[in-house]
Every structure is written in C-alpha cells, then in structure tokens.
Design a protein around this ligand. Structure first.
Ligand code: FAD
Length: 497
C-alpha cells in the first residue's frame, strides 16, 4: 500500500491488484471462484462491497427468506456445501451466509484475496492499461484501487424494501425487511394482515403467518397474480431423481423452441400447465420463482381473501378504514390491520447502462441493463471464464436490456431471458473447455444423478448449434417489437474487433 493525497488534509490509500471484484454476492463470489482457477497464488484479488460482509442481498433481506432451489445448487463454481442436510433442504438466510463464508475461504486457498467490506466503488476509468477505481468507506475514508482487471458484480442492486407509504393512521404499514413476521411485534397482535404482492416474498410471508398463527386472518392483494415453477416437478425427491422430473436444460431448450418473440401468452400457458403451481385466479406475472406444491396448498388453504388488484393507499374516511386499489375500487378493512409490502425487489430501481464488457476488455459489468443470462450468478460465472480465456471479444454474445424490457412487457421478459440464456450458452459452449460447463454448480441439472446429466449434456452439445438461429431470430424479434437493446455489442465496441 502507498499513500497518495487528494489534498493536503485528505490522505488517499492506494492499492494495487491483478483483479478487483466489486460486489460480494453470489455473482461476485462466482467471479472470484472462476478467477482463482486461472490466477497464481501470488496474484492478488481485491473483493470490495459496500455491505459489511459477503452475501450480497442475503445480508439484509427478510429473516425468514429461504432458498428457492435445493441448497447444493446455490454455490460458487463447484464448491460443495458443508451443511450436512438432505439434498432437497432449502437453506435459511443464516445458512446461505455461512456458505458464502465457506466459498470465500475456499477461494483464498488458491489466490490471495483482500476483502474490503464497507467500501463502495464511486467511479472508475481506464487509463494506460490500468483500471483506476475511486472508492469510499462507510466511515468516510478514500481509496484508489489500481487493477489490471475489474469485474463489477452489482447484480440487480437489490436493497431492503421500506413499508408502503399509507395515509391511514389506523393501519400498521411494514415491510418484511424491517419486521419479522415471526417476531414479537406481529405475535403480540391478532388483527388481520394484508399482504401486498404476489411473488415469492408474498408467498414466504403468507406461509410464515399462516403456519405461525393458525386461525389468524391473512389476506393477499396479488396484483395480476403469478405462477411459480413447481419444486416437486423440477426437483423430484429421493429415488425419483433417477426416473422422474425433467432436466432444467431440457425445459429451457423446449422453452427456446416454443418462444418466437411474440407468443409469450401461449408459452406461459404451456409452462404453467407443464411445470407450474399457483394459487391466484390469474397469473399475469412469472418471475422464475420456485414453490412447492405443499407450500402452495398451505397458503391457498390459509388465505382468507385474495384480491386481484394493486394497492394504492389506505385511507380513513367516514369512520371506516378503506384499502384503495388501482382499479378505483375499495375494501373496508379492520382498524389496526397490518399492511405488508411484498411488492418485490428486482428491476425496481433505475441503473445506468453499461456494456457487459468494456472496449478494452478489462472491465466486465454484471447487471440487468446488459444481461447475458437469466440470472446474474450465471453471468458472473461464465463472463469471468471468458474474460480469463480472452474470449470476450470474439464471441457475439447477445446482451439484453432486461430493465427496459420489463417496463415494456413484463410478460415477455422471462421467456426472452430463457432464449437469451440458451443462445449465449450455445456460443459459450463452442468456445470453452467442457469442464467449464460441467463445473457450474449453479446449473440446476446438477440435481439429477450423473448418468441423466451426461445424457442431458450430450443432447445439448449435439443439438445447440441447430437451435441457435431460431433463438437469435427470437431475440431480434423482441428487439424490433419493443424497441429495446437486445443484440451483440456494436462492432468496434467489443474487445479486439
Ligand atoms: C427476496 C429474494 C429472494 C431470492 N431468492 C433466490 C434464490 O433462492 N435463489 C436464487 O438463485 N436467486 C434468488 N434471488 C435472486 C437473487 O437476487 C440472486 O440469485 C442473487 O443472490 C443476486 O446476487 P448478486 O450477487 O447478483 O447480487 P447481490 O446479492 O445484490 O450482490 C451485489 C453486491 O454488490 C454490492 N455493490 C453493488 N454496487 C456496489 C458499489 N458501487 N460499491 C460496492 N459494492 C457494491 C452490493 O452491496 C451487493 O452486496 C432472490 C432475490 C430476492 C430479492
């Protein structure tokens, strides 16, 4: 470390490294895992995050959150969990955070990692083959990091939700992130609860309330409703792993074949019928969430009222307290009712556009404005491989402005992400050693025994080139139809082209 000086009074710490990763969530930890496979023990990685530990959004998301998928499938690279639970177990928040600690320790065995938690990247620029990052700490210190390469792993920028702003003084407005449904505050009350939202957080919240307080009035205002992938069908338990269920890669392949960029309603109906579970009368949204049939049944049986509308406010008038909905209708509710903000976290805040790789190839950016896969975790894993293999400039990966598409068509978003993932995986498969595909522990196919997986992988390797033209056509159609960024980086903007 050396000391520079921004002014006579402000000492600026200066650090040098071979790679700086900004973001220590599952994306950044996957980037670290991959980088550690290419770097030598004497090289140095700086891992920087404004949160005060690794884990990303898992650090401050609501306490009763659990993984959607069986725990072994949420990891960095091929790092195994040390939990010792049944393979179908859904890890709790604390267990997920403990696994982050473990992954960090594993990476540290291969490369030097200097964590800077409580530090935020404010800006960066490239000069003379070096990336200079300007960073500030939560207690006001300044630091410049000079890195040969930078991976920005900010993901979807998930932050805890505040309670909804409500006019009524006779309701209690909370969010799951500031009020644990199983905590003393909720337990000491017996008034009705109105959950606002229809996604996974709403389901977790309903499930927590219904199972903790049998008989309590729990209601759901579910917007246009949603469906979930059925966990039982995606991940059949016990011996059924050998003969039932379908590999996720097979489902994605079929989804890619069916979606043509215009027929999202038809594809949603197929997916919902074949693999879905749901409890709302309409299912206008699908956000890749996973729910078990038993959770679905418990929630459906325990809910008092399900309203398909959007809450705008709750107001006190003429001695009553009314929920006011976007449609203009109202619903009188009991004074003292709880209103729980479960309106979601993903793609809610505007993030600036950045290409997934800078012109020089030294900066990789993983965020939804230039998505290359359906989940940021996959992007962290595959883009880092391509970075270290010097392939990022060669391969015409499609990037999708997922935030723009969400604004224009929530309905088309998940299927476009599916086509994008399969298109880019096809290009990547042709450019990396097979081991890169096999070591991706995020791959939900890993649920199945090796022989079934090998059949799936072989089928993918034999057919993916044939599928690519249709996938590209679908993505081009989405671009034209919605007038959004969806295509390869412009020639000249990519590395080495
Ligand atoms: C409630 C909820 C439940 C979910 N459950 C699952 C699940 O079960 N399974 C699943 O696969 N996915 C789940 N997801 C999706 C989830 O967001 C991702 O899987 C994943 O955890 C996101 O990881 P990430 O690393 O991309 O982003 P994050 O976890 O958000 O991590 C990004 C990190 O970057 C840091 N950062 C960003 N910008 C800067 C900066 N300028 N300076 C310093 N640090 C910065 C942030 O502080 C943050 O810690 C869930 C999402 C939500 C909202």
């Amino acid at each position: 470390m050396t000391n520079g000086a921004a002014s006579a009074e402000t000492p600026v710490q200066v650090e040098h490294c071979d790679l700086c990763i900004v973001g220590a969530g599952i994306t950044g930890i996957n980037a670290l895992f991959v980088a550690s496979r290419y770097m030598s023990p004497s090289q140095k990685v700086i891992l920087l995050d404004r949160r005060d530990r690794s884990g990303g959004m898992w650090v401050d998301t609501y306490d009763y959150v659990r993984l959607h998928q069986p725990h072994g499938l949420f990891t960095a690279g091929n790092i195994r969990w040390t939990l010792g639970r049944d393979r179908s177990y859904l890890a709790t928040k604390d267990e997920v955070l403990a696994h982050f600690d473990h992954c960090l320790e594993v990476a540290k065995q291969r490369v030097r990692v200097d964590p800077y938690f409580g530090w935020a990247l404010e800006s960066h620029h490239e000069t003379g083959g070096i990336v200079r990052l300007h960073c500030t700490s939560s207690d006001g210190r300044l630091m410049v990091v000079e890195a040969k390469r930078l991976i920005k792993a900010g993901g979807f920028g998930v932050v805890p939700n505040d309670p909804l702003q409500i006019s009524s003084s006779r309701v209690v407005s909370v969010s799951p992130d500031c009020c644990d449904m199983r905590g003393d505050r909720m337990r000491s009350s017996d008034t009705p609860v109105w959950i606002v939202g229809g996604g996974k957080t709403a389901m977790d919240t309903a499930h927590a309330l219904i199972t903790e307080y049998p008989g309590r009035e729990v209601n759901l205002v579910a917007g246009s409703g949603t469906f979930f992938s059925s966990r039982d069908r995606l991940f059949p338990a016990g011996g059924r792993r050998w003969w039932s269920g379908r590999l996720t890669s097979g489902i994605f392949t079929e989804l890619g074949r069916r979606f043509d960029g215009t027929n999202e309603t038809e594809v949603a109906t197929w997916l919902r019928t074949a693999y879905g579970t749901w409890l709302t009368p309409t299912t206008g949204n699908f956000l890749l969430g996973i729910l078990s049939e038993s959770e679905n049944e418990t929630i459906a049986a325990g809910l008092n009222d399900v309203i398909m509308d959007h809450v705008v406010d709750a107001v006190d008038r003429n001695g009553d307290t009314d929920l006011v909905f976007r449609s203009g209708s109202t619903k009188t509710i009991q004074p003292g009712s709880w209103i729980v903000n479960c309106t979601g976290y993903i793609l809610r805040h505007d993030l600036p556009y950045e290409p997934y790789v800078s012109d020089s190839g030294a900066v990789v950016s993983v965020q939804p404005r230039s998505a290359t896969h359906h989940l940021t975790s996959y992007m962290g894993y595959f883009l880092t491989h391509l970075l270290f293999l010097d392939k990022l400039g060669e391969i015409p990966l499609y990037e999708l402005d997922a935030a723009a598409l969400k604004k224009k068509s929530n309905a088309a978003l998940p299927y476009t992400l599916g086509s994008l993932t399969m298109h880019n995986l096809s290009l990547i498969a042709d450019s990396v050693p097979n081991k890169v595909l096999l070591d991706c522990g995020l791959d939900l196919d890993h649920w199945y025994p090796l022989p079934r997986r090998m059949i799936g992988t072989t089928r993918f390797l034999l057919t993916h080139r044939r599928e690519r033209a249709h996938l590209r056509q679908t993505l081009d159609t989405v671009r034209e139809r919605f007038d959004i960024r969806c295509g390869p980086l412009p020639r000249g903007a990519t590395v080495g082209s």
